[in-house]
Write a protein that binds this ligand. Structure first.
Ligand SMILES: Cc1ncc(COP(=O)(O)O)c(C=O)c1O
Length: 457
């Protein structure tokens, strides 16, 4: 960085802090009822929220209702929702087709714990999208990745797994490791130290999880060389550090290396799933894994996960070697919602339409950044996008840690006060759903332009 660049960056940081201070005060004044609701909730729930991801300072907005592409909080503030349930609502809030499918199912019951015909209908639809023949249902992405890992261990008879640094795959022990490790504990960039992401992970589990950098095929090769790794679990495009794309050839190399060492390749498509394109990231990027884990948007707002794969691996369940269980698995209510999402709402044409609207939004954001000469860029994958506050693309977790979080937070808090609801963690991305109109999508760009104007004023 030259002396001029560094002065410029210091000025922007100073300006971002000023904006943040002002906007935090405004946020508190316009979310008084959310504050009161959170104070009440803190007396009965740790942090006052049902999942720790929902907590942020000074308090989260507490929501009273949502429809289509908007949400309203208990103070009556309206937001265009770009968070969309951490990307779980590609079909929008209560899409009419999903709603009527759920309502129709209510007349016929919500839980049978014996199969319903919709189980195979939904499994067939997922099979058509992902080119993988056999499926089982779960209630969340966490269960989907947990069960996929168990199948991989059963199929290979091996215990170790490999994951990438900065990757999030749900909240079971094996993968609650090195999700966002502090750099002083994380070891060298090319050979990261596995760091537990929570208390309660045993040393035995820690010892079975190998952590490597994303976009580094040599590191994967080194990790698999011992022949004792059951699976490599990876998001084909990382969507918990903004949007981090594979470098050309990376996924192809991953496919070849895993095959060479008899290690199963598990794609975590909980987030990329049907939002990356009709066939998910698997279809969009043309590399087929052995097993895939899905959740979020396939359920249309109801809790549904699934994992599927090649018959030779899913046969572990058929033979009874690997046991997969769950009272709510494949319940008819979630199946009804999934059928509507997959067959009626998120069709190939509707999916492409969202991706096109998103492309326009990305182009508008990039033009704003270019005109202002900022060290930032917009990144798109399918119907999702984000602003990355660095000049260079993010290739892995360490690059992500080098982006400018002061600017990212100032943009987030500025946006929420103007009705732009983005995920709170700064590590997620926006989703343009089926129910976002073109005007809804472009509202983000208009507020972003206001923010940039203030930043460089
Ligand atoms: C990539 C990825 N995998 C798995 C999960 C876990 O899904 P769930 O929250 O439904 O358990 C998440 C959740 O955000 C995710 O982003």
């Amino acid at each position: 960085m030259s002396a001029t660049d560094s002065t410029l960056s210091n000025d922007l940081t100073k300006r971002a802090h000023e904006i943040t201070r002002r906007e935090l005060a405004l946020y508190v004044s316009r979310t008084q009822r959310s504050q009161a609701a959170t104070e009440r909730a803190r007396k009965v729930m740790p942090m006052g929220v049902p999942s720790s991801f929902q907590a942020y300072d000074p308090h989260p907005i507490v929501v009273s209702r949502a429809q289509g592409s908007w949400m309203e909080d208990v103070d009556g503030n309206r937001y265009t929702d770009y968070d969309m349930g951490f990307g779980a609502l590609f079909s929008g809030h209560c899409h009419p087709a999903v709603r009527s499918a759920i309502e129709a199912q209510l007349d016929n019951g919500t839980l049978f714990v014996t199969p319903c015909e919709a189980n195979s209908e939904v499994a067939e639809m997922l099979g058509a999208r992902y080119g993988l023949p056999m499926w089982r249902f779960t209630n969340s992405g966490t269960e989907a990745t947990m069960d996929a890992i168990r199948v991989a261990r059963g199929a290979t008879g091996r215990e170790k797994i490999v994951k990438v640094e900065g990757g999030y795959h749900g909240h079971h022990d094996e993968v609650m490791i090195s999700m966002k490790p502090p750099l002083d504990l994380a070891g060298p960039a090319d050979n990261p130290t596995p760091v537990p992401g929570t208390a309660g992970v045993t040393n035995a589990v820690l010892g079975d999880t190998i952590v490597i950098p994303y976009n580094d095929p040599e590191a994967l090769e080194r990790a698999l060389r011992g022949g004792d790794v059951a699976c490599f679990i990876v998001e084909p495009v990382m969507e918990n550090i903004g949007i981090c794309k594979p470098l050309p050839g990376y996924l192809e190399a991953v496919r070849e290396i895993t095959q060479r060492y008899g290690t199963l390749l598990v794609f975590d498509e909980v987030k990329t799933g049907i939002t990356a394109g009709w066939g998910g990231a698997t279809g969009a990027l043309g590399v087929t894994p052995d097993l895939v884990a899905l959740a979020k948007s396939i359920g249309g707002g109801l809790p549904l996960g699934a994992f599927g794969g090649k018959a030779e691996y899913m046969d572990q369940i058929t033979s009874g070697r690997v046991v997969h269980l769950g009272t709510y698995n494949g319940n008819p209510l979630c199946m009804a919602a999934a059928k509507a999402v997959l067959a009626e709402v998120c069709t190939p044409e509707a999916t492409d339409g969202c991706i096109d609207r998103n492309r326009e939004l990305l182009a508008a954001c990039d033009a704003i950044i270019d005109r202002a000469g900022l060290a930032a860029h917009a990144v798109q994958f399918g119907a999702k996008g984000c602003i990355t506050w660095s000049a260079n693309p993010v290739r892995n977790y360490r690059d992500y840690k080098n982006t400018d979080f002061d600017l990212a937070f100032a943009q987030w808090i500025h946006g929420i006060n103007r009705g732009i609801l983005l995920p709170p963690g700064l590590d997620e991305q926006w989703l343009i759903s089926i129910m976002h109109s073109n005007a809804d999508a472009m509202r983000y760009a208009a507020v972003f332009e206001e923010f940039v104007a203030e930043l460089i004023a």
